[in-house]
Ligand binder design. Sequence first.
Ligand code: SF4
Length: 937
Amino acid sequence: MVKETRSTCPYCGVGCGVIIESRGAQITGVRGDPDHPANFGRLCSKGSTLHHTASAPVTLQTRLLQPLQRLQRGAAPQPLSWDSALTLATDQFARIIRDHGPDAVGFYVSGQLLTEDYYVFNKLSKGLIGTNNIDTNSRLCMSSAVAGYKKTLGADAPPACYDDVNHAQTIFIVGSNTAFAHPILFRRIEDAKRKNPGMKIVVADVRRTDTVELADLFLQIQPGTDVMLFHGMLHLMLWEGWTNPAFIAAHTSGFEDLKATVRDYTPDAVAQTCGIRKEDLLEAARLFAQSPATLSLYCQGLNQSSSGTAKNTALINLHLATGQIGMPGAGPFSLTGQPNAMGGREVGGLANLLSAHRDLANPAHRAEVAALWGVASVPETPGKTAVEMFQAAADGEIRALWIACTNPAQSMPDQATVRRALERAEFVVVQEAFSTTATARYADLLLPATTWGEKEGTVTNSERRISRVRAAVVPPGAPDTAPRHDWAIATDFAQRLERALGRGTAAGTLFPYPTAESVWNEHRESTRGRDLDITGMDYAQLEATPLQWPMPEGASAGKVRLYEDGVFPTPDGRARFANVAYKGVAEPREARYPFSLTTGRLRDQWHGMSRTGTLGRLFGHVREPALQMHPQDMARRLITENDLVHVTSKRGSILVPVQASPEVGLSQVFMAMHWGEEFLSGVSATGTRLAGVNALTTSAYCPDSKQPEFKHSAVKVLKADMPWTLLAIAWLPDDTVLAVRGKLQALMARFAYASCVPFGNATADGHGRSGVLFRAADMQAAPDTLLQEIEALLHLDGADVVRYADKKRGQRRAVRLQRNTTDATLEGFLLAGDTRAQSWMTTLLQDEQPAQSYGRALLAPGATPPVPVQSRGKTVCTCFNVTDTAIDATLAECTGFAADRLSTLQSTLKCGTNCGSCVPQLQRMVRASMAPAAAGA
Ligand code: SF4
């Protein structure tokens, strides 16, 4: 019997509704909820594969299924009961608090926690322990947006909603690869543009991303020059008389000061600094100001910056100067990266905030929260924000860290400092659903948490809409040690700590929560009378319909958009222009570090890939870690495709293969944020383990929001001389893939460079095979024993394996064939010392093509196969496993306009007809297939 449970996708801030199908304790399917107002039934490539990430083989190989204690750093952890685990945590935290004060401990939580989880952690830290040292990975994602809204509009509240894309006449997308980061919202923009071809889309970004495919005007700006761009647009708006003086006079303050500032941002200066044409600057200003309704969508490109708040406020200035706010289709709309970054903000789960959008710095707000919680006071000293917290732990100031639902050893910038912090802290608790994260390695105590499909609670998406997250199945594991809900773990710990510190109340515990709903009800009460008042909704209503805040008691619906009356939540009711100056990046390029490194998302992966990284099929679009570089920069440095390069910043160095990408600007390089040491590693000549892309990034942060500048680090790129290379790939039984990958991962540090990723193919009906790909390089050949270990793990050591070895030349090959009645297919191979045949042998294996005719060439492989190998090509459409080769072949037969060709592709190959994530790429391929004159038609 299949059970269906309505819930919410756990990935991005779009917050799509899902319907989970389950049988007994097993999740068996997922589909979009047609009634959910965020997605109306659609899901992207990540959301539509959620059930595969929750399948039994994945769960059993990746989940943390019982509490574990590590008696000694580096040793294997030992199981213990929940009671022993929480007693240990309580003893350690109580000891450190008693001996060194409450600020000697810190909590680092996550925008992927549910609102209820967040609420309990926040109260535990600020209310019970008495430290504001609680911050979250949302600090890395949207704290500049929070600061920007508060500084200008008076409250941390995105004023617009998703439906505004249907009312806008201009959409200004800046610092956001919406096509990858918020795919279902991008689908809605595509639909809106289709229905209203007159709508203009302006994109400003440092890279020509897939989002640009929809743009009428693209401004490829230099990194960090956004404030310059916005001020330049305002300068022109003033010059041309395109501002809205009536709105400015009636609803704002501070415009005269800003006007004086932007006088200096002349079109010449702006065009030169931003690297764009003056004509394009003028056109962007015109489209923004003269449109009946302009909606801005922005994300990490503005937020992750040492001037993130200035960028946010300079953009909001444009909306205030033109009156493009408070009406359908208009407003500055910050897109949240994580599923519940908004919920974290609502409960005040950051070091500088308090419950229900209250400010820590405000004594009246502190007193209100203390009264709500029933504690004497809430501490006044600001807590340590993410970067500060790990710096304080590295300096020995913070002695105990509790990390929940996040992976700072992958995601924080400047990994050298983060790792020093995790090593130096006396006691590190990691509360996690997955045992495979880089941070788990540093834990003294690992606490297993429930995850998507098992949890109950709420999340808030970018448009202020609260949705229910619901449990479809019970968590795996034995009842007395099985994973527990995050809020329940924090509650149990808090109750124990109350007793240990003697801080309970006369009435009993401060944490009297039997259910997630009881936590949410307390949170709801804390919002009464505040800008985000949700006293008019309850769990039962939310189960029926996700609702937007504010929705005070007595209201029949939430507020669709804010500030329609022109009144802002500031003391005088007026929005405030922010008079900010352009400052550039914290670490400009210079002769020794001549490249700008920027990081961002891949289409089919999520954050540190603890979930999406379990599925080989999600590596079809981007198979392995790579640094993208402009072809001209590569040619100038004699670097060719797939060459290994050393990428070095002032903080660290990594080795990574290069990929040519004309989408990246000159003197810039791009690397996906997902590649941590779990997938990309190796060890330097000095013995330092390479810690993924964030070994390079800077922890320089915005002075207002304390959000670090992931979007720009100065680096140098030097070709690496690694004469010995290795590639090993094999299909494996589904229930062993991730365990094998885990064991291979442990071998990565034995090479100067290594990457290890799941590998897979998928058929249109959703089936397919899984395996592992292991790549390595070094100055000299690896010892035979190490190669034998790899072969054994990949089942390349049996009687059915043919092999060749030339010890003197450091070469070794092993090939496993599956023979059938007429031919044979490749099941796995290892090429060591000479990997020139990697391309065609990988194709033979991945496409399961007949391999018999390649005979001895499989053991003496060269760059060219004896018989041509026709590759199926690179996956473009993950849902229907459609490759670029098939698409190009179909396009070769097409005539007519771009739209006709796209529909031919969709009708013949089905690509882009399910989740739609590949549509921008299809459009690019369509355009490339057409004569220039016809492409615009
Ligand atoms: Fe999930 Fe994709 Fe929707 Fe984001 S857009 S919530 S990742 S299905």
